[in-house]
Write a protein that binds this ligand. Sequence first.
Ligand SMILES: Nc1nc2c(c(=O)[nH]1)N[C@H]1C(S)=C(S)[C@@H](COP(=O)(O)OP(=O)(O)OC[C@H]3O[C@@H](n4cnc5c(=O)[nH]c(N)nc54)[C@H](O)[C@@H]3O)O[C@H]1N2
Ligand SMILES: Nc1nc2c(c(=O)[nH]1)N[C@H]1C(S)=C(S)[C@@H](COP(=O)(O)OP(=O)(O)OC[C@H]3O[C@@H](n4cnc5c(=O)[nH]c(N)nc54)[C@H](O)[C@@H]3O)O[C@H]1N2
Ligand code: SF4
Ligand SMILES: [Mo]
Length: 716
Amino acid sequence: MATRTIPSTCWECGTLCGALLTVDAANHVTKVAPNPRHPTSKGAFCVKGIRGLPEWTDHPDRLLHPLRRVGERGSGQWQRVSWDQALDELADGLAATRARHGPLALAGAVSGAYFSRGAVMALLLRSLGSPNWMINQDLCGGCRAVSDRLTGLNIGRGEDIDNTACTLLVGRNPHAADPIQWAALKRAKARGARLVVLDPYRTPAAEMADVWLAARPGTDGAIGLAMLHAMIRDRSYDAAFVARWCHGFEALAARVADCTPGWAAMIAGVAEADIERAATLYAAGPAAFVGGHGIDAASNGVQTFRAFHALVAISGNLDRPGGNRRVKKPQGFRTYLELLHDKRFRLPEEVERQTIGADRYPLWAGPEGWQTACHNPSVIEAMLTGTPYPVRAAYISGVNIAVTYPDARRTLAALRSLEVLAVAAHTMTPTAAVADLVLPKTTTLEEEEVTLDPGGPNIAYTAAVPARGEARSDMEIAVGLLDRLRARGAVSAELLPWRSQAEFNACLLGDSGIALEDLRRDGWAQFPYELGDFEQRGFATPTGKLELFAEAAARHGLDPLPGYVAPPPAADRAFPLLLQTGFREKTYHHSRFRDQAWARKVAPDPEVRIHPETAATHGIAEGDWVAVAVPDGPGECRLRATVTDRTQPGVLTTGMGWWLPEAPAPDFAALEINVNAALSYRATADAMSGSVDIGGLPCRLRRLATPWSPGGGLPG
Ligand SMILES: Nc1nc2c(c(=O)[nH]1)N[C@H]1C(S)=C(S)[C@@H](COP(=O)(O)OP(=O)(O)OC[C@H]3O[C@@H](n4cnc5c(=O)[nH]c(N)nc54)[C@H](O)[C@@H]3O)O[C@H]1N2
Ligand SMILES: Nc1nc2c(c(=O)[nH]1)N[C@H]1C(S)=C(S)[C@@H](COP(=O)(O)OP(=O)(O)OC[C@H]3O[C@@H](n4cnc5c(=O)[nH]c(N)nc54)[C@H](O)[C@@H]3O)O[C@H]1N2
Ligand code: SF4
Ligand SMILES: [Mo]
C-alpha cells in the first residue's frame, strides 16, 4: 500500500483536535497534522500533537518489551520477559495479595474516565472485587465536576464562544492549554465580543480582555458571589428561566445579600468597579462561562465553581446560542461515565461504600461519587499505614504518579512498600522505575478509540497503526490479566466482558446508528443537537431542576448553597510569598516529552516566574537557581528564576511535571526539580471533592549559591 492520509483525532489530551495522519507503506505514521475540515477544531492544533506524539511513538528509548525487576526495587536492574511470563507473574502476585488481605487491598491508578483506559482500569479492578481505582481528577477537573453535578448543569466543554457576546474566563489559559478555545476567543474578539478574565497572572487572554480581574489567588469565589449579588440586585437575571428551572433561588438571594462587589473587592484585591462591569457584561448576554484548572484542584474549588455555575443558571445562559451548551450524545451511544455508573457493571453497594475516602467525601468517592473512584491521598495513607485497611498491590497505567501527585517522596515510599506493583508505560518513568513489572504500552497512535467529544456535538474517532515492538493497549493487558486471574480463582464478577478494543468500541457505539466504518472513513461523526430541550431531558438532580440549593449536599451535611471559603492561610513571616503551580507549557503535557530534544530546547528548565520587586528583595537575577518550600511541606524544590512582571509581586508562578530522563535512576530528578517534591498531599482538603491546594500556597524562596545540574546532588 502506498503512502496514505487518514482522518483521525489527536488523543494526546482531552481537547480532541481533528488530525490527519500520513501513513507510509510500512504502516508507520510519518506525519501528524491538523485537519482543517474537522467540525469542532476547525484546524486548531498544537505542537504536542505534531511533534510530541509521533516522536514519542518512535522514540529510541521507548519500552518495547515487558521487563521484570531483578535487583532491589528501584535498582534499575531489569530483565526482558515475555508477555506470558509478565502476566503470569502479575496474576500470581495479585491473586496472592487478594487471598492474603482481601480484594480491597488491590488498587489501580489511571488518569480518569476521559480515555477508555480509565473505564478499563475501573472495570478490571471491580472484576477482582475492588472499588479502589485512583484517578488524578482531584488534582485536575474534580471540583468543577462535583459542582456541575450538584447544580445539574452538565455543561462539560460546550461553551459557545463563536456566538457569544461575552466570555467569562476564570482560571483558564487557553493560549497554552487549548488551541481550539484560543482560536475561538480570537475570532470572538475580532468580531467585537467582550472578554472578562479572572487570573492573577497576565496571560495572553488577560492582555486581550475588556475587564481583567487580577485577583489574589484563591479568592475567585468572592467575585462569583458578588456577580450573583449584582445581578439579583439589578434584576438582570433571567426571572422566567429561574422560576421554571431553578431550585433554591430565594435561599441563594439571601445567601449573597451581603456579598457586595465592595466586599469581594476587599477580599480579592481588585477594583469594585471592575466587578460591577464584569457582572454587567455577563448579564447583558448571551454569555459563556469558561472555568479552568486555576480555580480547580483547590481546598475551596467546589464552592468557587458553584458560584460561577449559579451564574450560568440564573442568567439562563444554558443551552442557548452564545451560552454554555449541555453535554448530549446520540441516542443509543454509551459514554465511559455511563458505563461506570451502569448497575450492570457495578460492585454491590456495601462494597462500594468501602471505597477509600467514601466515608469522608461521599460526593467524590464511592457509590455516589462522580467517577466512582477513590480518594488518592487516603489511598497513599492506606498503603503506608494500613488505615482504614491495607492496600498492598497496585497496577498503574497512563499516569506518572511519582511526579504528578503532591509529595513525590511519600508517593514513592508508598509504592515501594507494596507487595506487588506493575506499571504500564511508554518509557521508563520515575513511577515505572520502582515497579516489579513494567509493561510496554501502545501510544495513542496505536489505539483505535471512540468517544463522545465534550466540545461536540461530535463522536470523536482515533485511528490506529500496528503497535511497535510488543506494546499492548490497556484493554489487551486487562483481558490477558483477567484470564489468568480467573484461572487462579481471583475474579469476583465478570464486569469487563469485552475481549478486545473493537468489541468495546462496538459497545460504546451501541445502537446509535453510527458505524465504525463511518468513523474510519471520516474521522468523526456529528449528530443532531437540539438546544434548550429542558422539558424532554430535565436535570439530573434530586428535584429535577437546576439546584442553586443542592439537596445532595444538604443530605450529607455539606453547605447546600454556594458560599465563600477562604484559600489556605495567608502568607506569614516565615512563608511570606504565594506559590502557584501547574502553569501549562506549550511544549509539555504534564510529565510527558521531557525526553524530546525539541521540547527541551524550547523549555529547558523548570521555570519559576518571579516579579521584579520580589526578585530584587531576594537578591535573585534572571536565570538564577532557587529553592522553594511550603509550610508543613516535605522539603524544597529547585527551580530556575524567570523575572517578569506578568506575575504579581509576592506571587511565584511555576509549572509542574519536571523530571529528567537522563538524570540518575530511579527518581530521575523527580525529587529535586519537580514542584510536587515540595507540596503536601495531607493538607486541608475541599469538603466535597477532597482536593488539596496546588496553588495559592504560602511559600518561601531562597537563591541557591550554585546552579543545579542533574546528578550533581542538591546544591546549597
Ligand atoms: N500544553 C499543555 N496543554 C495542556 C496541558 C499540559 O500539560 N500542557 N494539560 C491539560 C490538562 S490535563 C489540564 S487540566 C489543562 C489545564 O489548563 P487550564 O485550565 O488553562 O489551567 P492552568 O494552566 O492550570 O491555569 C490556568 C490559569 O489559571 C490561573 N490561576 C492560577 N491560580 C488562580 C486562581 O486562584 N484564580 C484564578 N482566577 N486563576 C488562577 C493561572 O495563572 C493560569 O493562567 O490543560 C490541558 N492542556
Ligand atoms: N503540583 C501540581 N500537580 C499537578 C498539577 C498541577 O497543576 N500542579 N496538575 C494535575 C493535572 S491537571 C493532571 S491532569 C495530572 C496529570 O498527571 P499524569 O496523568 O500523571 O501526567 P502525564 O505526564 O500526562 O501522564 C503520565 C503518563 O501517562 C502515560 N500516558 C500518556 N498517554 C498515554 C496513553 O495514551 N495511554 C496510556 N496508557 N498511558 C499514557 C505516559 O506513560 C506518561 O508517563 O497532574 C496533576 N498534578
Ligand atoms: S491540544 Fe494538542 S495535544 Fe491536545 S488534542 Fe489538540 S493537538 Fe493534540
Ligand atoms: Mo488535568
